[in-house]
Design a protein around this ligand. Structure first.
Ligand code: FES
Length: 170
């Protein structure tokens, strides 16, 4: 039985060593580039943030008021300001309700008291959709669900709005 010695030649040793060191150096240079390219896509935008609408809560009444505000958005590398709206009023018990104006049928914008034939309701002009004052969709009209409800906070007397969520989740 012959004993086979496995010896590493000087040439092989240099090859292994240089390949290893070169690999480390390449990884060290490439990692920041990969991170720069991929990181913004993987980062989640801060959720649950509330935006000051600059509307004083004391000035709200039982009549729905259209409140316009902007939300800062970050989509990977691109930052933008998205305009948003809400219909806001005080309920009989004094609680504030902030409704999304986006129709649940096909996404048109609903308006308060805009149809003379349906006073004190939200009206969607696209397909004559109707909602009650509390955002409930009127049966027999196209919208299949109530208007979304904004999460809200009151800070220093001002109304802050968060995300609009389907009824029951807000
Ligand atoms: S989009 Fe509002 S009723 Fe169709």
């Amino acid at each position: 039985m012959s004993e086979k010695k496995h010896r590493v030649s000087r040439r092989q040793f240099l090859n292994y060593t240089l390949t290893g060191v070169g690999g480390f150096m390449a990884a060290g240079m490439l990692m920041p580039l990969v991170r720069f390219a991929v990181d913004p896509v993987l980062q989640t935008t801060a959720g649950g943030e509330f935006v000051n609408t600059k509307v004083k809560v004391d000035e709200l009444t039982s009549e729905p008021l259209r409140v316009d505000f902007t939300v800062k958005q970050k989509d990977a590398w691109y930052e933008s300001e998205e305009p948003k709206s809400a219909w806001v009023y005080k309920k009989d018990n004094g609680d504030i309700l902030a409704l999304s104006p986006i129709c649940k049928h096909l996404g048109c914008t609903v308006n308060w008291n805009a149809d003379p034939a349906n006073p004190n309701r939200f009206f969607c002009p696209c397909h004559n959709g109707l909602y009650e004052k509390d955002g409930t969709n009127v049966p027999g009209t196209p919208p299949p669900a109530p208007l979304d409800v904004y999460e809200l906070q009151v800070k220093d007397g001002f109304l802050y709005l968060g995300k609009a969520k389907p009824r029951g989740e807000a």
